[in-house]
Every structure is written in C-alpha cells, then in structure tokens.
Design a binder for this molecule. Structure first.
Ligand SMILES: Nc1ncnc2c1ncn2[C@@H]1O[C@H](COP(=O)(O)OP(=O)(O)OP(=O)(O)O)[C@@H](O)[C@H]1O
Ligand SMILES: [Mg+2]
Length: 460
C-alpha cells in the first residue's frame, strides 16, 4: 500500500494536518467526538457558525461544553440523525449527525453543521418577491376585471330579458358560451356581466379581440411562448392570455375573424383543457371558461367552410342571441333616458316628442352603440336642455322626413315637403354636380330643367 502522507503530500507537515486543512476549507461546520464523548476536533466553520473556539472545547466532554448536545446520543445509540435545527445567537443552522466506525468498532461520532443564514436570506428575498408578486397580481386583477354587471343592461323587452335570463344560467355553468348579435347590441357588455355573475368573478376576465391582433401574433398572444423560441423572444418567454385567464374567463371577441389554422389549435386546447406554449414540449392544465362573441353568422360560415364545424359546436355550449334594437324599439325611450341621466346629473336634459318620434322610426343598424352616439351628438348640438329634431345627425333626420307624423298641414304642403325630401335624398346619393343632377333627374323620371325648377322653388 502506498504511504500518501509521506510521498504525495509533501506540502503538508503530516497526514493529520493535511486532513485538518481539507476539513477546515469546507463550507460546513464539523465537530468530532471520540468514543468517550470527548471533543477531538472542530473545523474553522464550526467556530464561525457557533462562535465556540477550539481552546474552549477540544479535550472536553461535549455534554459539559454544549448543554443539550444531541451528538452523545448518536454515539450511544449509533443512529444517524439529520436536519436538526439549532440556533446560536443570530445564527440558525441545521445539523446532521452520524456515528464513526473504525474496523467495525464504534470510535466516536461526527456532527456536520450547515448555516441557515444564507437560506434565511434567500427566504427573506423570496418573501419580498412574493410580496411584489402579490401586488402585481392585485394590479393585474384590477386590469383584468369586468366593468359591467347585469344591472348595467338596460331594457325591459321580452327578447332581451330572455337573453339576460339565459346568460345568468350560463354564468353558473362551466359551458362555453357563444354570444351572437349584430354590431353594437351589447355582446361585450353581456360577456362582462356573465363573468361578474359567475363563481369565477374573483379571477381574471381576459378579453381578446381576435380581429384586432395580427394573425401572425395571435397564436403566441393566446398560448405564449417558451424562452428562446424566436430570435427576438423575451427572456423567460411569454405568458399567454389563456394562462393569464386561469380560473377565470377568456373572452374571445370577434371569433368569426379567427384564421382557420388557429381554429384547429383552439379546438385542441378546448378539447384537452391543456395548453402548450409555442416552442415547448410540456403541456399545462388550465381551468378557463371561454366566452366567444361575433356579429357574423357562424352557421353560415360553417356551411361555406370558413369556420370549423367541430369548433363551432365546441364553442356553442350555450348560445345567447341578443336581439337587434329595431326589434325592441319599446326599449328606445328607457335607453335614451338612461344615457341622458348619465350625462346630466341635474337630469333636466330631454328630447322633444318630434325628435323621439324620428328616433322611433329609424332602423338602428348600429344598434345601441349608434343610439348612444346619436344622443351624444345631440347633447353636443343643443344650446339649452332640449334636444330637437335639428340637433340629430343628418341621416336620422333624413329618414325621419319620410316617416314623420304630420300635424295640421295641408296636403299640398305635405306633398311639397315629401317631394323636396325625395329630391334631396336622390341628390345626396347621386351628387350635387351637373353629372349628379342629370343622374338624379333621370332616376326621378323628370327633366333636368324640372329638377332645377323644383330645387329653386324649395329655396324661395
Ligand atoms: N342593453 C344595454 N343597456 C345599456 N347599454 C348598452 C346595452 N346594450 C349595449 N349597450 C352599450 O352600447 C355600447 C356597445 O355595446 P358593446 O360594445 O357591448 O356591443 P357589441 O355587441 O360588442 O358591439 P360590436 O359587435 O360592434 O363589438 C356600449 O357602450 C354598451 O355599454
Ligand atoms: Mg364587441
């Protein structure tokens, strides 16, 4: 056998010093007792951690110097112990203990001490970060929260009430919800109200406008990506909106605009209840209720192969159809009054009956949004607190001209007025240039000269 102490460790004075050097250089505290329980060795780190110097402990019974020491017990019962927590002043540490056997005979025991201060510092850092995270989550909660409830949905029309009742039931289900309705009917308002009513209301409501996000970005927006997936990808990757909506609601607005290739991916996520970030192999389970909305006829799109049939049925767990405003005109006044009272705290703003009548006759292709815009326009046009016919936008007035109620007017006046309205309407469509006038005259079946005559008559 080679004698390492003499041949190879020429720098060390002897083998024992070499070993001591090694043990002194390690990061953990070490204490060794012999078979009698007398301390034979401690390293530098032991002194660092406990504050006990060599001359105060070497050669003494451990139990005399360190009251409550557990190592003599290990010596007696020969059992290994680990993870015992101790505290010395401000220093906290954990201790592992083991008996020492030499040629099968118990020769002593060793304690290895690991300082917890570093761990403690890390724990404090973690605590701070968790606090920060909590604040961020709170901020996020404020960003991703709903702004409207069912109380904000104004109207007593039976069709609308039916949609509201169905939506309330949908809110308490876990089914996917598809909201269909023309532009401006309140689809987004309904989506907010459903989330607010649902047991998910304390979790995020994440809206995504599928038509507003470029196709190339939509996938990573929805599912996120793993770090290093793209050359310019963010450090740490990107969290997807699906993940952000975990436990809450994801509102996919304008779903009819989602490209077909992404529809396939969305279908897979909805079927599996799991997402996989772009560039990642791992899947992640998610609990998200999906609300979709569109003003397109999805069923028709399915027929034309523009929307996946399987996805359509997936999304269509409960379908809520919001009736257009022209089919619930009895709600017009309550909607108008609602907006007026919001705009005017003194609630003295009002509309003339003539103006209200014209609004009743209009078709409202832009639905409630258009109605609110028209009223806003009127509020900006008035000098006092009365919105009159003249304060309404031109297209509404135009329609009103044909449908207004005539009071105490002679037939001649009514005919003249209607004739002028028709002429103006045709000129608006054909243009006021000479070419436009020729076209208008042709359309109305009169000569250009007669048209000029009638225009001139009206300005007299
Ligand atoms: N029943 C209602 N009561 C009160 N406000 C309503 C109602 N319906 C719609 N609104 C209001 O009308 C406006 C348009 O509603 P919203 O944006 O929800 O419509 P939308 O159907 O999502 O329209 P689009 O298809 O154009 O996206 C909003 O200001 C909304 O608050
Ligand atoms: Mg909308």
């Amino acid at each position: 056998m080679q004698d390492y102490s003499k041949q190879n460790f020429s720098l060390a004075t002897d083998y024992t010093s070499w070993l001591e050097g090694i043990i002194d250089s390690i990061n953990d505290g070490v204490l060794v007792i012999d078979s009698r329980g007398i301390v034979q060795f401690i390293n530098k780190e032991y002194t660092e951690i406990t504050g006990v110097r060599r001359n105060k402990i070497i050669g003494r019974y451990l139990i005399d110097v360190r009251k409550g020491a557990v190592l003599p017990k290990t010596l007696r019962d020969g059992k290994r112990r680990s993870g015992i927590q101790r505290k010395e002043g401000n220093n906290r540490y954990i201790v592992d203990m083991a008996p020492i056997y030499i040629r099968g005979k118990k020769a002593g025991a060793v304690s290895v001490l690991k300082s917890l201060n570093e761990v403690h510092d890390l724990a404090k850092e973690l605590e701070k970060n968790q606090e920060k995270l909590g604040k961020l989550e709170k901020t996020m909660g404020q960003i991703y929260k709903t702004s409207y409830t069912f109380d904000d949905i104004v109207g007593g029309d039976d069709g609308l009430k039916e949609s509201v009742n169905l939506s309330k039931k949908a809110a308490h289900s876990n089914l996917n919800i598809l909201i269909q309705g023309e532009s401006g009917t309140g689809k987004e308002l309904f989506a907010h109200a459903i989330h607010h009513e649902s047991p998910r209301s304390n979790h995020p409501f994440v809206p995504v406008n599928c038509a507003a996000i470029p196709t190339s970005l939509l996938e990573t927006e929805l599912f996120g990506y793993e770090e290093g997936t793209f050359t310019d990808s963010k450090k740490g990757g990107k969290i997807g909106l699906f993940e952000l909506a975990h436990l809450g609601t994801l509102f996919l607005d304008e779903i009819g605009d989602m490209p077909l290739e992404l529809q396939a991916k969305l279908l897979r996520v909805l079927q599996d209840g799991r997402i996989r970030k772009v560039g990642s192999l791992a899947e992640q389970a998610l609990d998200v209720q999906v609300i979709t909305a569109t003003n397109k006829d999805l069923e028709n799109m399915v027929k034309k192969d523009k929307f996946r049939e399987d996805l359509y049925y997936r999304l269509n767990g409960i379908q809520i159809a919001i009736p257009p405003l022209r089919k619930r005109k009895n709600d017009l006044n309550v909607l108008i009054n609602h907006l007026l009272s919001q705009e005017d705290i003194s609630s003295s703003l009002t509309l003339t009956s003539e103006a209200r009548e014209v609004l009743q006759q209009y078709d409202w292709p832009g639905n409630t949004r258009e109605l609110f815009n028209v009223i806003q326009y009127g509020i900006n046009m008035i000098d006092n607190e009365m919105i009159e016919l003249q304060h309404l936008p031109e297209p509404i007035r135009k329609q009103g001209r044909f449908t207004k109620t005539f009071q105490q007017e002679t037939l001649k006046d009514i005919l003249l007025e209607t004739e002028q309205a028709v002429i103006q309407e045709t000129l608006e469509n054909c243009g006021h240039t000479l070419e436009g006038k020729k076209k208008a005259a042709n359309k109305l079946g009169i000569s250009l000269a007669t048209l000029y005559n009638k225009i001139n008559n009206s300005s007299r």
